[in-house]
Design a protein around this ligand. Sequence first.
Ligand code: BGC
Length: 906
Amino acid sequence: MYQLVSVLLALSATQHVAGAATPGRGSRANPADWPAAIAKAQSLVDQMSAEEQNNITYGFTVKNGCSGNSGSALRHQFPGLCLTDGPAGIKSDLVTGFAGGVSVAASFNEDLAYERGLYMGMEFKAKGSHVANGPVVGPLGRLALDGRAWEGFGSDPYLAGRLAASNIQGMQQSVITAVKHFIGNEQETQRNPVGFTAATSANIDDVTMHELYLWPFQDAVHAGTGAVMSSYNRLNGTYASANDKAQNKLLKGELAFPGFIVSDWGGQHAGVESATGGLDMAMPDSTGKWANNILADAVKSGELAKERLADMAKRILSAWYHIISDDFPSGGSGLPSDLTAKHTLVNARNQSSKPSTRQSALEGHVLVKNTNNALPLAQPKILSLFGYDATVPKVDYPSNSILSFYGYGLQSYDVTVAQVIPFLLGLPTNQTPPQIASLGNLIGAGGSGATFSSIWIDPWTAIQRQAEEDDTALYWDFSGNSPASIAQNSDACLVFINAFATETVDRAGLYDKKSDDLVQGVAKRCPNTIVVMHNAWIRLVDVWIANPNVTAVIYAHLPGQYSGLALTDILYGRVSPSGRLPYTVAKKSTDYDPQTTFAEGTNIDYRWFQHNGLTPRYAFGYGLTYSTFAYSGLKTQWAQASPALTPPNPQTVIPGGIASLFAEVARVTATVANTGHVEAAEVPQLYVRFPDEAGSAVTHLRGFKKPVIKPGGSAQVEFSLTRRDLSRWNVATQRWELKKGTYEIFVGKDSFDKGALKGTLTLHNKTTFRLCRPGDEAALRVPHLAVVALGRLGKGAPEAGRVGGEVEQVVDVGGGAQVGGDGRGQVGDVGSVGGAGGHGGEPGCGGGGDVLGFGTELLRWWPVVSTGYRAGKAALPLTTSGTRICAAATLRSVAAPAREWKCMFA
Ligand code: BGC
């Protein structure tokens, strides 16, 4: 996308650049082995002059098809890097048209995301691109109208983070990923400055930053991404590409990102300040900012610390050593700058990628309506087909023009060059971009993330093939108009519509009249109307969804080159659909967040709907299969009896942040049974409601699985919850913290599933700790529960406590429990009180915490402590003495989810 802008801007002269053959050097670093790569980079940087270091930090104009070429250091055998778009596969000839990000998101399939990355990475490598500009996790999809949300992996940070990590792990087997755009790039409107007006500023608070927008980048860093691309917008007033807080403090500091930050193309707005602000590489050039030794000179004048310049070079070289293999083709060698000119052909495709690429296309289809099993089709006698989206556009040809519709994925978009220029340049215009690509089928969308594809199997082609096998007669009208007559004898009428989106401009609406008229026109006459939408992002359907003649609806998203084949696999029931919506579909446009200020915090998409009591048409995570599933047997379990609230060993930091954030703290299992008649993949999803949000409807996705289950069969799904998954960001302490209280755990079919299995995970709940009142004993006489522990605390003077099990047993907890004044409890007499735990201080409670522990008597009483607790009745007849006595009773049940009652006696 940037090429157009860059040509208009006239670039600087070249020094030495990417394109030279990669010289031989040490063997390829193990992807898990950053330290070795960093050490090699450090040793190389130590030998480089400031000018050489400066030279590799910015881009040069080279006549090849790389989106950008960094400077080289040939004296040191560093050839410079070729960086190329985009997130749906490398943009060149003889390449695969992979499914778009939104389809990967809809697949909810980490394995497929990995494989797609693996094969995509191989194609970038075959073409000589060291860096792939992707994947995208920013925008995350805050706005329903966002022009680029489709490039990413859905509007939930957990989903996006998991899929991005898998994608990166696959891609980085071959090339460096530049996960983008960091950060807050949640709209296209004014993403860049317009005239004297600065770019839009994403004003994001600390919690929202950590829990929402930074989250998937954290996963990307943890997965080992070698590069991060900064975003065009400003963040809290400062351009993201020079933002010290975001780049130095968050990304490189807190997340310990060891690689380099590259600017978005033309997104560098400052010279030395962007270097001190954390940017390491400027693309596609840096005229007047870093070019021609400006940084080296700044080091000499003392304006820039020499360590910082060395660090920029070291980060670039570290990623190179870390990922790029010795056998790497020379930079840009398979990437002609002009696809129409005669050039050496380099076929990047890999035979073995085909099944996975087709599967990825297939699993991006989401079936949302299927009345009376309208689908799958069973050898129909007559099918009628309608809609502008059914066939390839009339023209799909590269051009050497900077305004190549092919280059920007605009082949099906009915706009003139004059209309497109303001959109591409982000210039003010009165024109509204068309909402649909009315000239043909969509397999990708527009801009730098457009799909380049060597083949394009549209729905029409694939249906023809199938009709030939089945002896089905086909009628069609692809003019895009509501047909005057419909074949009365049609078994079904398929209507193909789309919803387009492109970089540089936000969408004008969430549904369009032309497509809706078409659907309604067909449905008026055809009682079995099946709608297929190739939608780049959210598309509303309320104009016709309730029409009984609309019997089936598929969100087909952006499937890439195997579009038609994937669709017919589903239409004809060769494979059950298994995609899930990676965003929420509202009933009406106004249900979406109208905010432009990020005031909604973390409540975007389904959380916005939950928070505001809005019922979506189709919830995030929703999707049908051709079978039915029953969920049962939810079990929740902490990995340790009493996990510390803050991350243990905070000094042990790995890419992604404190290592213990990624360790499992709890595990949830459930059983999913296929109760229908066909094999199908189901997507059980785990949502968490945090303790301090009790009473609010907001939940957070924290797990998803995708077992393929045969009819009559079942699968046990196991969700591993990490410390970060169950933590919230505490602004005051600046750390992730588990929450005391009861976490509600839901395992179900989507974010609004009323039938979801429910369970809890409880951490000692300080917030419900209160003064006990006379009569509390009675209140605590809870049937079917058993007392676990009691401790009596005093100011440095431990005294005996006593627990009474009124019904079954009286247990002594001898020796008392001593709690230190630092808020971390210690059990005084381990012989009598086995196990321990301390949870913060309670005011007036000896400055210490409460005690959770199992008395030895209790252990005897409950022989199966590790697997569950026997039911019983208990009460707490406490004698009070001393100034204050704190009592902690943990009451647990085998049958009911764990709960706690605590009180403090005065
Ligand atoms: C886009 C980036 C892209 C770059 C290079 C920019 O306009 O925002 O995502 O990688 O161009 O084409």
